[in-house]
Design a protein around this ligand. Structure first.
Ligand SMILES: CC(C)(COP(=O)(O)OP(=O)(O)OC[C@H]1O[C@@H](n2cnc3c(N)ncnc32)[C@H](O)[C@@H]1OP(=O)(O)O)[C@@H](O)C(=O)NCCC(=O)NCCS
Length: 321
């Protein structure tokens, strides 16, 4: 006689259905509790798609909301930098969209020579700790021989957790910030101040030095030019890009030239303007000493993450490293 399944007996089927429902509810409760313990809140649906230049305004608006006001956060300049890095961005760059199609998260990754740089990673506050960042960064390129993946992290514990999970090495940093101590910074006679476009070849030659970035900036120099930054140069030995009180990058062939270029940049900061230099790390006493001498305060900052050690004569910028 053929075996009859439970569904053949009406009462059994109803009983089983009820039991399955109770089990499902119990499973959901357990999963919810486990996720809450892991720092997650219940997620609703979102989807990912590749990011492109047409996402500039939405990502810019999200960045303004997530990061809020602060040094170097002029909305137009920030949006211009986002547009710049979205041009030719690595295909792993992505946006997360909620059910209504609004951008609630984004990552932008760029490649510069052998460097793979995470230029931006943000998730809307209402969506943070729900696994959106994990999904976005799941697309970040894996480690590859001959390439160095680099990320300048914010101090957000969620960011550091995500980046460490990518297998990158953590390198602690501090930032230097404040108003210059009166008369602490003397002008540097041998320094010249030019536009980044004028000094593009010079800054690229210095950037390529082994102890510096190791890679030229190429078309990224245009980004600084477009936002009206100034390039401070010491011969063909050191260069600093400065916008107002923000020291964006520094590259040098030797520590003494690096110190002089930083001093020249500080001496040109408009009076009363807050100076800001981020991500100073171990092995960069040449720069740290110059900041302390100028009366600036050091504070803990988000770490730098990278596969390989980084050139000590290079102070990078988050956007393009
Ligand atoms: C950093 C950021 C992009 C991560 O995105 P997210 O969607 O919040 O991240 P996820 O939910 O995928 O992952 C967060 C991780 O941190 C953990 N976490 C949550 N809150 C935490 C806390 N207060 N302390 C430590 N860890 C925490 C979560 O458990 C999760 O780790 P797990 O997946 O291993 O369990 C997002 O939080 C963000 O935009 N932060 C503000 C902006 C910022 O600082 N961006 C980084 C710029 S470099």
């Amino acid at each position: 006689m053929p075996q009859l399944g439970q569904s053949c007996v009406l009462g059994f089927a109803a009983l089983c259905c009820e039991r399955r429902l109770v089990e499902r509810l119990w499973d959901c409760f357990c999963l919810g509790t486990a996720m809450a313990h892991a720092g997650y809140r219940t997620a609703t649906s979102y989807e990912l798609r590749p990011a492109g230049p047409s996402d500039t305004a939405a990502i810019g608006a999200l960045a303004r909301e997530v990061f809020g006001p602060g040094p170097d956060r002029d909305p137009r300049a920030a949006e211009h930098r986002i547009a710049h890095v979205l041009q030719g961005a690595h295909p792993s760059s992505a946006v997360a969209l909620d059910a209504a199609g609004a951008v609630i998260g984004a990552t932008i990754t760029i490649q510069r020579g052998p460097l793979t740089v995470l230029s931006l990673a943000i998730v809307h506050e209402d969506w943070q700790s729900r696994g959106v960042g994990r999904a976005l960064l799941g697309r970040f390129p894996a480690r590859e021989p001959g390439r160095n993946r680099v990320i300048m992290s914010s101090p957000d514990p969620k960011a550091m957790r995500r980046y460490a999970a990518l297998g990158l090495h953590l390198r602690p940093t501090v930032s230097a910030c404040g108003i210059l101590r009166p008369r602490a910074v003397e002008p540097v006679p041998e320094a010249i101040a030019i536009s980044p476009r004028e000094g593009a070849q010079l800054v690229d030659a210095i950037a390529q030095a082994e102890q510096a970035r190791g890679v030229p900036y190429g078309r990224d120099v245009e980004m600084w030019h477009a936002q009206g930054d100034t390039l401070h140069v010491i011969d063909d030995r050191a260069a600093v890009v400065r916008g107002g009180g923000v020291l964006r990058i520094a590259v040098a062939r030797d520590p003494e030239a690096g110190r002089l270029a930083l001093r020249a940049a500080l001496a040109s900061v408009p009076p009363g303007e807050t100076v800001h230099l981020r991500h100073l790390r171990e092995g960069q006493d040449w720069a740290i000493g110059e900041m302390l001498r100028a009366g600036l305060a050091l504070s803990p900052e988000g770490p730098l993450f990278s596969d390989e050690p980084l050139g000590p004569l290079h102070l990078p910028t988050g956007t393009v490293f």
